[in-house]
Design a protein. Structure first.
Length: 94
């Protein structure tokens, strides 16, 4: 309830700032998305800017490495989302 009120107030402020030229449309969209993000289950690869072709290519290469019993190096960065993504990939290939 309180979060909805905060989002409404911030949205109103951003709209007013937009009217006088202090923010642009993307700023308003980003603030709404930040406080009311999409359900992760409903986000597809196209929403993330990843093509079907790229995914198919990656899957093909991973399967080839598996069939050839090649070693796979899983590399990621050390911030919160990087560690999470690296752990998920590690579990997926082992």
């Amino acid at each position: 309830m309180i979060l909805n009120i905060v989002v409404q107030i911030i949205t109103i402020v951003f709209i007013e700032l937009f009217k006088v030229g202090y923010v642009n449309v993307m700023d308003i969209k980003n603030i709404k998305e930040f406080f009311d993000p999409a359900d992760p289950i409903k986000i597809g690869i196209k929403d993330l800017g990843i093509s079907d072709e790229s995914v198919k290519k990656a899957i093909k290469r991973i399967n080839l490495a598996k069939d050839r019993k090649e070693q796979v190096i899983v590399y990621g960065d050390y911030d919160a989302d990087g560690i999470t993504a690296t752990a998920i990939m590690w579990e997926a290939v082992h």
